[in-house]
Design a protein. Sequence first.
Length: 395
Amino acid sequence: MYLTKEEQEMCDGEYGETIRKSMDILVALGDIYGASKLVDITSAQVSGVSYKTIGEAGLEYLQDLAQDGSGKATINASLNPPGTDLDNWKELGFPEYFAIKQNEIVDAYANLGIAKTCTCTPYLVGNVPRFRDHVSWSESSAVAYVNSVIGARSNREGGPAALAAAIVGKTPLYGFHLDQNRKANLVVDVTTELSGADFGALGYIIGKFVGGGIPYFKLQNTPNNNNLKTLGAALASSGSVALYHVEDVTPEFNNNHVEEIEDIMFITDKEITETRESLTTTDKEIDLVCLGCPHASLEEIKEVASVVKGKTIKNKLWICTSVSVKATADRMGYTQIIEAAGGNIVCDTCMVVAPIEEMGFEVIGVNSAKAANYVPSMCGLDVVYGDVENLIQFE
Ligand code: F3S
């Protein structure tokens, strides 16, 4: 990979150890994937934040990287969800040992200049690239969103690579950064109208089929941004989709020669219904309904508030989101309505990266196919998949 004189000096340690180690990662990646050079980025989103997933080794790596203070993120960079609500972990019942470690991890990232905006939907709260910007994001659902809905360009980075890119302000130029790699190779013709959790079921089916491919959807009804984040999260979890197009909706749909794509798949109401049913793993009662995967938008919180207003929830309810979205929900009175019904808006974390298996829960109700896919494998708990109205039980 070609390096400028300045980049070579970074590799040689002339800008300090943090930058040298970061360049090591970027150059190795560039060489593996045949990148021609590094390209400037405007944004980074760094995963590998929960103590549950990175543990002591991850914490030590971050503290070591930050040790000489020689390198900090040079561009807009934010964190993925940690394993706790950073402020209200005690009230919500998170284990103390875990919360202490979790805060050390987030502090270590902050020492490297990564904002404590802990969310998998940074595009809702200030980390919003422009169309065609090169970025380095690592949360898979966010990568799908930033490529597909915003039209910025990111590979599915690992946490350390996104961190290195944030510090250097560059990433290797290959893969989804290049126009020729952003064309669809499968047309998905959906013959039924979709709503709510149907979008997750659709993403789950197609992700499994297409793996790392690029699907082009023809839909009967126009999805909103919440539908698209649900769809992308599912595509990126049952498969490894980083980019999809939706006809007449996403910004690059017109760059595809759809008529030349030979692989066409038809999805009917029957497949959506069967997939929805298959994502439920138990017929036991739900003890925690967990919404906000990917992290909830203000509109989604508003919808839940309207469902629970004036009622008493029988099972527990968490709506996971960022601190910024919750602050607005507080001002709008949604938080008060949800809390009066017995639910909680939980900041920063989510049902997959939190240690919910240590908190006495057994059956989790979710409206996200990504969560339905990961809660059994990462938490060892059962899930019930459905729409908000079916999951929440009232007294
Ligand atoms: Fe976000 Fe957690 Fe889902 S990181 S996409 S809420 S699994």
